[in-house]
Write a protein that binds this ligand. Structure first.
Ligand code: PLP
Length: 395
């Protein structure tokens, strides 16, 4: 019954989601406190109180038909205005409401953009390790994913190899910083080098290449690390943002695209994204959440960051003491740990200790596992003895 295309996608269905289901199964056998489930990037920190207050205020103060009704497919104008003003204040940009399209999270935004600009056979370049769902999003548009191999010394993009992989069919380059799964933040130098290569290649090949900056973790940066705003480096940039992680709202499905006027054919791309939002069946981003975001664009998430930072330190210290080698994350809430054997085998062996981690192969980077530390502090502390026992197996 199912389509040939879906058959392949179902077979390769997300390892991360499968792990999540395994976590629930183990918790029902051993009890939730005995299972160390680091599989999913589901924030354990509650949404800031301002979000719940805003939900109540919207329901109490705004007209019901307005809150629950249809609006322009790109979203409420006042919401887009509030978002563009906030971006301008924080990053010195010059956007207005016409540059913003409200989306069903970062995933929805990426699918809207890809539907709008990709032709079958176009190439989408990603830097390993990368969020595995990019494969499906490219496949949705019948595009081909091209992977730049990882630089496992810095986990910054390998610029030399990137340049060699750009062809006349390259249409989109995806970057994700702070990065899932490494927690690395791409430096300004890296972004400038990347932009220089893309500008050069556009001239050489006579093509337009879009840099898509996938930024669900933008606010989650530690030790005062700066996450440069990418539109300043390269004109043909589109930014995808999501409130899933910064405001702990992954189930609410709310985010936005920034389509700068500097983008080639910006007006056409805006119209295409508006149409794609409708015809992909989203119609528009969730209305109530848009109204809430209008009141929460500048909510301070410092307290959430402190919680993740405490987890980060405890986990990094514990794993390093146990003898594991980890990339010290600068942002997001993931740790990328080198495995002493094949990463899939390691993830299997970790299950014996009720530890659930995701093999690096799912991110195009074998030899590592991803540990999502957006969990209770007690889970981290409780897991360390099990990690130590697991490390002993390889002595
Ligand atoms: N991009 C990256 C790098 C992610 O890690 C995620 C979710 O984990 C997404 C996109 C999807 O985010 P959203 O829930 O906003 O669709």
């Amino acid at each position: 019954m199912i389509s040939d295309k879906m058959e392949v996608l179902v077979k390769n269905s997300s390892v991360i989601r499968a792990m999540f289901e395994e976590g629930k199964r183990l918790a029902s056998i051993y009890g939730a406190d005995k299972v160390y489930d680091f599989s999913l990037g589901n924030p354990n920190v509650p949404a800031p109180s301002e979000v719940n207050e805003a939900i109540k205020a919207v329901v109490d103060e705004e007209s019901s038909t307005y809150i629950h009704g249809y609006m322009s497919n790109s979203g409420y104008e006042d919401v887009r205005k509030a978002i563009s003003a906030s971006i301008n204040r924080r990053f010195g940009t010059d956007f207005n409401e016409s540059n913003i399209v409200m989306t069903v999270g970062a995933a929805g935004g990426m699918n809207v953009l890809f539907k709008s600009i990709l032709n079958p056979g176009d190439e989408v370049i990603v830097f390993a390790p990368y969020f595995g769902e990019y494969r499906s999003y490219a496949a949705n548009a019948d595009a081909k994913l091209v992977t730049v191999s990882p630089d496992t010394t810095t986990f910054q993009p390998n610029i030399k190899e990137f340049e060699q992989l750009i062809t006349a069919r390259t249409k989109v380059v995806i970057i994700n910083t702070p990065n899932n799964p490494t927690g690395v933040i791409y430096s300004e130098d890296t972004l400038r080098a990347l932009a220089d290569v893309m500008k050069r290649k556009e001239v050489e090949l006579g093509t337009d290449i879009v840099l898509f900056s996938d930024e669900p973790y933008r606010e989650l940066a530690y030790d005062g690390a700066v996450v440069p705003y990418v539109t300043g480096f390269y004109d043909n940039t589109v930014v995808g943002y999501s409130y899933s992680k910064s405001l702990s709202l992954p189930g609410e499905r709310i985010g936005y695209l920034v389509i700068p006027d500097s983008l080639k054919d910006a007006e056409l791309v805006k119209s295409a994204c508006n149409t794609a939002t409708r015809i992909l069946g989203f119609v528009n981003a969730p209305s109530l959440m848009q109204r809430v975001i209008a009141r929460c664009v500048d909510v301070d998430v410092t307290e959430n960051i402190k919680v993740y930072d405490r987890n980060r330190s405890a986990l990094y210290e514990g794993l390093t003491l146990a003898g594991f080698e980890c990339v010290k994350p600068q942002g997001a809430f993931y740790m990328f740990m080198k495995t002493p054997c094949d990463d899939k085998e390691f993830a299997e062996r970790a299950k014996k200790y009720n530890i659930l981690v995701v093999p690096g192969s799912s991110f195009g980077c074998p030899g590592y596992v991803r540990i999502a530390y957006c969990v209770a502090y007690e889970t981290i502390v409780g897991s360390l003895d099990s990690f130590r026992q697991l490390a002993q197996e390889f002595r």
